[in-house]
Design a protein around this ligand. Structure first.
Ligand code: GDP
Ligand code: IMO
Ligand code: MG
Length: 423
C-alpha cells in the first residue's frame, strides 16, 4: 500500500496530469484536493487528448475511482462539460467519480468579481485565469460560501443565495455591473445539481476505508508551489494551499499517512501570469522553449513565460513540501540546445540570498547565477530506459539532482502516457 502525493514544484503546468495518468495504473483512488478549474492537466493516451480542469487525471484507468475532495472549488458548467466529454470518449463515470458535498461552488458573481478586481488593479493585476477562484475562496474563509451540499435542500440554498445576492449585488452595482437575479441562478444551479447528484457523496468514509484496507492512493495537487497563497510570490499567486500540507485540510488525510511526496518539475521553468521570474529569458532561447515546448496554457491558451531551470526555487519547494522524489518532465524539449543553463543560486548587492529571504519586490531584484552544461543535441523523445539517454542528458539530470538534493525518480520524455523513464 502507498499514499503518494503529487505536487507541482514550480508555477504550475509542470506536467502533473501526464505523470498522474501514468501512475494511476497502480492506484485504487486518485484524489484532487485543491484549486478549481484554474487548473488544466493535459493527458494524452489511447482515449485521445484531454485537458482536465476538475476531474482527477486518474479517470482513464478503469479500475481507479476518482474523488473531487472538499478542498476543490466547483464550476458546475465546467464539471458538466468534463463529464460529457469523458462519456463521449467512452470513459464510464458511474460509481467511479465521487464528489464531496463540502466543495464550495463558484457562483456567477465570483467570476464577475474576479474580472472586476483585475480591471480595477490595472497594471498591478495578478493576471488570474478569470475563473472566479480568488473570490470563491475569499467567501469560503469569510463564511459566505455556498457548498455543493446546500443544493440538497432547496430552501436552504435559496436562503443562503438571497443573503449573498443582497451583499454581492451592492458590490457589483458599485463597480458598474448589473445586479444578478436569484431566479436565474437558482434555475441554472438546480438543473446542474440534478445532473451531478448521482456523484455527490461524503467521501471521508470512502477515503478512510481505502486507507484502512491499505489501498494505493494518489493525491493530485493542482497549481505549483510558487502559486501557493502563503509561500508563493504574493500577490502573484492563486487562492488555495498548494503545498503537501494542503492535503490534510483539502481531502481529510493525516500527514502521517503519506508515504511519498513527488515534486513534479519541468526540465526548465515556465509561468503564466504576472510576477517576478528570476530566470526568465527574453531572447531566442526563451522563444525556442515556448515554441518547442508548446508553452501555451491548457486552461486559458495564454503564452507561458519561459526560462532556465531554477534550482534555488526547487530546493525551497523540496524543503517546504518534504519531497521524497522528483518527477522531471519535458527533458526532450531541451534536445536541440547546444548549451543548457541551471540557476544554482541568487545574489543581491553582492551577497548570496535565498528565495525565502523576501517578498515579490525583493525577488524582482535578485540576480540569478548559472552553471552552464553542454547540451546533448540528440533525441530523447520517447526514451523509456535511463541507459538509452545520451551522456550529457544524464549529466544534466545528475546535476539537477545534486543541486536540489532530492532523487529524480521519473523522467518524462514526451507527452504520451508511456513516454517515461522510471529510474
Ligand atoms: P499540468 O497542469 O502540470 O498537468 O501541466 P499542463 O498539462 O498544463 O502542461 C504540461 C504540457 O506539457 C502539456 O501540454 C503536456 O502534454 C506536455 N508534457 C508533459 N510532459 C511532457 C514531456 O515529457 N515532454 C513533452 N514534450 N511534453 C510534455
Ligand atoms: P495547473 O494545475 C499555471 C495562475 C494564474 C495566475 C494565478 C492566479 O494547471 O498547474 P487564479 O485564476 O488561480 O486566481 O490565478 O495563478 N494559475 C496557474 N498557472 N497552472 C495552473 O494550474 C494555474 N492555476 C492558477 O495564471 O497567475
Ligand atoms: Mg496546467
Amino acid at each position: 500500500m502507498a499514499v503518494n502525493l503529487i505536487i507541482g514544484s514550480q508555477w504550475g503546468d509542470e506536467g502533473k496530469g501526464k505523470i498522474i495518468d501514468n501512475l494511476s495504473a497502480k492506484s485504487d483512488l486518485v484524489i484532487r484536493f485543491n484549486g478549481g478549474n484554474n487548473a488544466g492537466h493535459t493527458i494524452i493516451n489511447s482515449h485521445g487528448k484531454f485537458a482536465m480542469h476538475l476531474i482527477p487525471s486518474g479517470v482513464f484507468n478503469k479500475s481507479t475511482r476518482v474523488i473531487i475532495a472538499n478542498g476543490v472549488v466547483l464550476d458546475f458548467a465546467v464539471l458538466s462539460t468534463e463529464i460529457e466529454t469523458l462519456k463521449k470518449a467512452g470513459v464510464k463515470l458511474e460509481k467511479r467519480l465521487l464528489i464531496s458535498p463540502r466543495c464550495h461552488l463558484i457562483m456567477p458573481y465570483h467570476k464577475l468579481l474576479d474580472k472586476l478586481y483585475e480591471e480595477a488593479k490595472g497594471k498591478a493585476k495578478t493576471w488570474t485565469t478569470g475563473r472566479g477562484i480568488g473570490p470563491v475562496y475569499a467567501d469560503k474563509v469569510s463564511y459566505n460560501g455556498l457548498r455543493l451540499g446546500d443544493l440538497g435542500n432547496k430552501k436552504i440554498f435559496s436562503e443562503k443565495l438571497a443573503m449573498q445576492l443582497l451583499l454581492k449585488n451592492k458590490i457589483l452595482k458599485a463597480l458598474g455591473e448589473k445586479p444578478l437575479l436569484q431566479k436565474d441562478i437558482e434555475k441554472e444551479y438546480f438543473n446542474f445539481f440534478k445532473k451531478i447528484k448521482p456523484f455527490v457523496v461524503e467521501v471521508y468514509p470512502i477515503i478512510k476505508k481505502s486507507l484502512d484496507l491499505k489501498k494505493n492512493i494518489l493525491l493530485e495537487g493542482a497549481q505549483g508551489v510558487f502559486l501557493d497563497n502563503d509561500w508563493g510570490i504574493y500577490p502573484f499567486v492563486s487562492a488555495s494551499t498548494v503545498l503537501s500540507g494542503g492535503v490534510t485540510a483539502g481531502a481529510g488525510i493525516s500527514p502521517k499517512k503519506i508515504d511519498s511526496i513527488i515534486g513534479v518539475a519541468k526540465a526548465y521553468t515556465t509561468r503564466v501570469g504576472f510576477g517576478p521570474f528570476p530566470t526568465e529569458l527574453f531572447d531566442k532561447d526563451g522563444d525556442k522553449l515556448t515554441e518547442l515546448g508548446k508553452e501555451y496554457g491548457a486552461t486559458t491558451g495564454r503564452r507561458r513565460r519561459c526560462g532556465w531551470f531554477d534550482a534555488e526555487l526547487i530546493r525551497f519547494a523540496a524543503e517546504i513540501n518534504g519531497f521524497t522524489e522528483i518527477a522531471l518532465t519535458k527533458l526532450d524539449i531541451l534536445d536541440s540546445f547546444p548549451k543548457i543553463k541551471i540557476c544554482t543560486h541568487y545574489r543581491l548587492n553582492g551577497k548570496r540570498v535565498s528565495y525565502a529571504d523576501g517578498d515579490a519586490a525583493f525577488l524582482s531584484k535578485v540576480k540569478p547565477f548559472y552553471k552552464t552544461l553542454k547540451g546533448w543535441q540528440a533525441n530523447t523523445r520517447g526514451v523509456r530506459n535511463y541507459k538509452d539517454l545520451p551522456k550529457q542528458a544524464k549529466d544534466y539530470v545528475r546535476e539537477l539532482e545534486k543541486q536540489i538534493g532530492v532523487k529524480i525518480k521519473y523522467i518524462s520524455t514526451g507527452e504520451n502516457r508511456n513516454d517515461i523513464i522510471n529510474i
